[in-house]
Design a protein around this ligand. Structure first.
Ligand SMILES: [Zn+2]
Length: 348
């Protein structure tokens, strides 16, 4: 990992150690030939240390991460930072403007186009501009997401734990829940990791919202990561109190509706649900029950429906199996508090 004092260079500029810059960087052009530009803040510390990127809104309607990135790069004091932080609060600018997940033209998923290609489709060219200038020069990174519209995710990290450097980053973030897996091809997380820039994804809440408790929790996570990598050498890494790793991302953990109807959900995201307990009831327009969806095992509600209507086959919740030791902890504490304690007195 880089630890000498170096300028941060991108196409069109240089940011020397001890300097910060807020810039708008062209990634594409509109039909009118005007530039499409992403906001970028680079904070290059006066002390040597690693270079880290923080990115959000690669899906244009996922807003929580935007506030996390802005808070870190634009609000925090950086006098003592050892290393360099690259803040990319809105990667999918066209999607952000229309408040949609995908790039509006042809509904392309920017998060399947990495590391990009300068001679391919517009999505690949955009990804290429972002990747070569602001991702590839980094030592590691964190990409912030929420659930898709109409659903919500409990706070968790997604990371390829078989990669040691990624596991270090995931653990340093200090969330209760980590879902293990390398991610789909073309995602920023997977492609950056394969290219030698260990990257994790944070999933937090729902699209189209700022959720302050989750934003606060993510900021604690970033601070803890900065401690682990020496960007904040005076701070300590947090231990969340308890941690569970959910292996894989299998279809079996998606519970789907078999009937169409209006859904009455009985649990919140992050709750422990015991085997055979009702997770939700699907009702008719006349409020008669038509289907009760029960927990197939004792597990954790990682993601649930927010928009309470389903067709047959629609996912109702992402329900994950967890270890008995985690079940014991959750039974003791009553319910899952998504927010880990910032600096608890155990495990350090
Ligand atoms: Zn997303």
């Amino acid at each position: 990992m880089e630890s000498t004092l170096e300028p941060f260079e991108y196409d069109g500029g240089v940011i020397d150690p001890g300097e910060s810059e807020k810039l708008r960087f062209a990634i594409s052009e509109t039909y009118l030939g005007d530039p499409v530009r992403i906001p970028v803040t680079v904070v290059n510390g006066a002390e040597p240390g690693p270079t880290c990127f923080l990115s959000a809104a690669i899906h244009g309607d996922e807003l929580n991460g935007i506030e996390v990135v802005r808070e870190v790069v634009d609000e925090w004091e950086h006098d003592d930072i050892h290393g360099c932080v690259v803040g990319l609060p809105v990667l999918n600018v066209p999607g952000f403007i229309t408040q949609e997940r995908y790039l509006p033209i042809y509904e392309r998923d920017l998060n399947r186009a990495f590391p990009g290609n300068e001679e391919s489709t517009s999505a690949y060219r955009i990804a290429h501009r972002i990747y070569t200038n602001f991702i590839a020069p980094c030592d590691f990174g964190i990409d912030f997401h929420t659930s898709t519209r109409g659903r919500t995710n409990m706070f968790h990290v997604r990371a390829d734990l078989e990669n040691e450097a990624v596991a270090r980053l995931a653990h340093a973030f200090g969330s209760h829940v980590i879902i293990a897996g390398e991610g789909a091809e073309g995602t920023l997380r997977r492609e950056a990791t394969e290219d030698g820039v260990p990257t994790i994804t944070i999933e937090m809440g729902e699209a189209h919202r700022f959720e302050p408790p989750l934003i606060e929790e993510a900021l604690h996570g970033v601070r803890s990561v900065f401690a682990e990598y020496g960007l904040y050498p005076q701070e300590s890494v947090r231990w969340p109190g308890w941690r569970t790793t959910i292996e894989g991302w299998g279809e079996r953990t998606w519970l789907r509706a078999d009937t169409g109807g209006i859904v009455d959900i009985h649990h919140d995201r992050g709750e422990l649900v015991h085997e055979d307990e009702a997770i939700c009831t699907i009702t008719s327009p006349f409020k008669t029950d038509v289907e009760t969806v029960r927990a197939p095992f004792t597990g954790l509600l990682v993601g649930v429906l927010e928009n309470p209507v389903v067709y047959p086959g629609n996912p109702i919740c992402h329900f994950a199996e967890i270890e008995q030791s985690t079940i014991d902890i959750l039974e003791e504490t009553g319910a899952t508090d998504e927010t880990a304690t910032p600096y608890p007195d155990i495990g350090l």
